[in-house]
Design a protein around this ligand. Structure first.
Ligand code: MG
Ligand code: ZN
Length: 365
């Protein structure tokens, strides 16, 4: 009698497994077309940084809403450990390049970024960063320069790009330049509304926006207030006007700097600030089901390890093995249309290929 029950159980199990996989297949076939992509990069955000934030927040993060998780391999073309220039370029342009390079391949040749593919296809595009927009990560999505140090040249690339909105710091590379050019005037001549503080940024809901709210970098959280989540909301408000869709890159820039400094509390503050920005993106994806949100990192910073903690008090105990970057794989969290494509282990450069396929832009580079 027991044996009969066991056989029945096995038959039923097989039946349910088959049913559920058939259901998954149908689910995938009806996945909405990807129209909007929001790429969110926590600079230096490895699994420890994520879990430090989760612990400090007493057990939860908004990013846990993501349905699919993968890992990306971050090494650059010339180094086991990438910098943010090569890491950003890999994600933005789908090519492994030398450390320090911005939007160019190993031979220094410009490589088209996801924002440029999107603009060519009639989509609106944007960049939001809690650092200078000319800094390595945001620059990788817009500029093409052999070195991340060329921030004045990178500012010119912003001026000459087809970008719809950018919000961050770095004003001095536009209006206090060694060539005495005033790129803010030139941006206005090209139809940009130039906003130099958050009140003015929030007033702009149509057209093109250059939001440069700090000479160099916005302050460390909490001094900069809700700059990052508010800027993500402002950028989305503007980008969603395009019926064809949009592509937006958001960077939580200073997780990296907190980890270079081996500052646990700053790491947690920056991680939670980034998570609040993530909530804005996930909320938009809930309103518009043709939206894909990808949350990842360019590399891990600090070799951060959590050596203790308390989920009820939010206490985090951490040590750092390094004041630099490390080589470990970084998580890729995905939510919304096409999110299933981001499960698995793959190269950081595959992220671009997956996005191009989901948009339906093809994969020629
Ligand atoms: Mg960065
Ligand atoms: Zn760094």
């Amino acid at each position: 009698m027991k044996r009969i029950h066991l056989s029945l159980l096995i038959v039923l199990s097989v039946f349910f497994v088959q049913c559920s996989s058939a259901g998954d297949k149908t689910g995938q076939e009806t996945t909405p077309q990807v129209k909007n992509v929001i790429i969110m990069i926590g600079d230096g955000m490895g699994v420890s940084q994520v879990y430090a934030g989760l612990t400090a927040n007493k057990g939860s993060l908004h990013l846990e809403k993501c349905q699919f998780v993968g890992f990306s391999k971050t090494y650059s073309a010339n180094n086991y450990i990438t910098d943010s220039g090569a890491g950003g370029t890999a994600i933005a342009c789908g090519t492994k390049t030398k450390n320090g390079a911005i939007g160019v391949d190993v031979d220094g040749k410009p490589v088209k970024s996801i924002l440029e593919y999107a603009a060519e296809n009639g989509l609106s595009t944007g960049v939001v960063a809690s650092c200078a927009v000319t800094h390595a990560t945001p620059a990788s999505f817009v500029a093409h320069q052999p070195s991340r140090k060329m921030e004045e040249e990178i500012a010119v690339d912003f001026l000459n790009s087809d970008i719809t909105v950018f919000i961050g710091g770095g004003k001095r590379y536009f209006d206090a330049r060694s060539d005495n050019e005033n790129l803010l005037d030139k941006l206005e001549a090209k139809g940009f509304q130039v906003a130099l503080n958050m009140d003015d940024v929030k007033k702009v809901t149509t057209g093109k926006l250059a939001g440069l709210v700090a000479d160099e970098h916005p302050a460390l959280y909490p001094e900069r207030g809700e700059f990052l989540p508010e800027s993500v909301q402002a950028a989305i408000n503007l980008l969603k006007n395009n019926d064809k869709g949009f592509c937006l890159m958001v960077e939580g820039s200073q997780i990296d700097w907190a980890c270079h400094a081996n500052e646990k509390d700053a790491t947690v503050n920056e991680m939670l600030d980034f998570d609040r920005a993530i909530k804005v993106a996930l909320d938009y994806a809930d309103q518009d089901p043709n939206t894909l949100v990808i949350i990842t990192a360019d590399h891990e910073t600090g070799g951060m390890a959590l050596t203790g903690g308390d989920l009820s008090t939010g206490e985090v105990e951490a040590t750092y093995a390094s004041t630099g970057h490390t080589s470990v794989m970084v998580p890729v969290f995905a939510y919304g249309a096409g999110a299933v494509e981001f499960a698995g282990i793959y190269q950081n450069t595959d992220i671009l290929t997956k996005i191009l396929n989901l948009y339906g832009f093809g994969t020629e580079k």
